[in-house]
Design a protein around this ligand. Structure first.
Ligand code: NAD
Length: 254
């Protein structure tokens, strides 16, 4: 497995789902992890789940709050990795997406990445120059967006397409300064928010069957199918990979 020994990584939305699994996987791979989320109680339970709590720091961070992002960044050691994981699935077509819903999704799914990058990139670039190892940013996108359109994912697909564009722009700007930036594009992953979407459906059992049916491998992805890709992209094993949208989708886009 890829090693993150000696690296410090910041993860947003680390209280549950893929962010949480990635925080635990990064700790197992040897990283020091700054796990952030808006859910303080769920963050507090992370330490009990890792054999390496001494390398874990948790912090409440709302990625929609520019001042809070800057304030936290000012307290951090130099970072080698950033996993921008926070995001929200708006369900519906353009006709279901009013201005507030549009603004919320763009803010949480895209502008948050602008906030984090502005706050931590200068330190990451300085650290990359100092160590000679590439710094790595992983941005959470999705198979839904510019890769494939899905019904009732208007705002979501728009934001996740923007994440891929943002990722390629950052990759192009800093490729000569030792910074890599990639987008992760999962298929349908069994996480607390997916369970909420299933349970909110008129027929939850059918909704779950429908989600599984669109996965050619015949099952939902688990968070542990995704976290190893996060570790790999953050590691030096991925040193030649930048500007890519990496699909981990169980075959949906074959
Ligand atoms: P989730 O949706 O169950 O959890 C999301 C986490 O984000 C929660 O812990 C929540 O507290 C946190 N969060 C919400 N608003 C926040 C804010 N303003 N600041 C900081 N944190 C905030 O977890 P998930 O399903 O693993 O989703 C994580 C990411 O993966 C999202 O960007 C999502 O769009 C993306 N994604 C999910 C799937 C899937 O099928 N689950 C597929 C592809 C991509």
């Amino acid at each position: 497995p890829a090693s993150l020994a000696g690296k410090t990584v910041l993860i947003t939305a680390a209280a549950q789902g893929m962010g949480r699994a990635s925080a635990l996987a990064c700790l197992s791979a040897g990283a020091s992890v700054i796990a952030t989320d808006i859910q303080a109680e769920a963050l507090a339970t992370l330490a009990a789940e890792t054999p390496h709590p001494e390398r874990l720091r948790t912090a409440v961070l709302d990625v929609r709050d520019t001042a809070a992002v800057a304030a936290l960044a000012a307290t951090l050691p130099p970072l080698h990795g950033l996993f921008n994981c926070a995001g929200y699935v708006h369900s519906g077509t353009v006709l279901d997406c009013d201005e507030a819903a549009w603004d919320f999704s763009m803010d949480l799914n895209v502008k948050s990445m602008w906030r984090l990058l502005r706050a931590v990139l200068p330190g990451m670039l300085a650290e990359a120059a100092r160590t000679g190892n590439s710094a790595s940013v992983v941005n959470m996108a999705s198979m839904a967006g510019s890769i494939k359109g899905f019904p009732n994912r208007f705002a979501y697909g728009t934001t996740k397409a923007a994440v891929i564009g943002l990722t390629k722009a950052v990759a192009a700007d800093f490729v000569k300064q030792g910074l890599r930036c990639n987008a992760l594009c999962p298929g349908t992953v069994d996480t607390p928010s997916l369970r909420e979407r299933i349970n909110a459906a008129p027929d939850p059992a059918q909704a779950e069957r429908d989600f599984i049916a669109r996965q050619p491998m015949g099952r939902l992805a688990s968070v542990d199918d995704i976290a190893p890709m996060v570790v790999f992209l953050l590691s030096d094993d991925a040193r030649l990979i930048t500007g890519q949208a990496l699909l981990v989708d169980g075959g949906v886009t074959i």
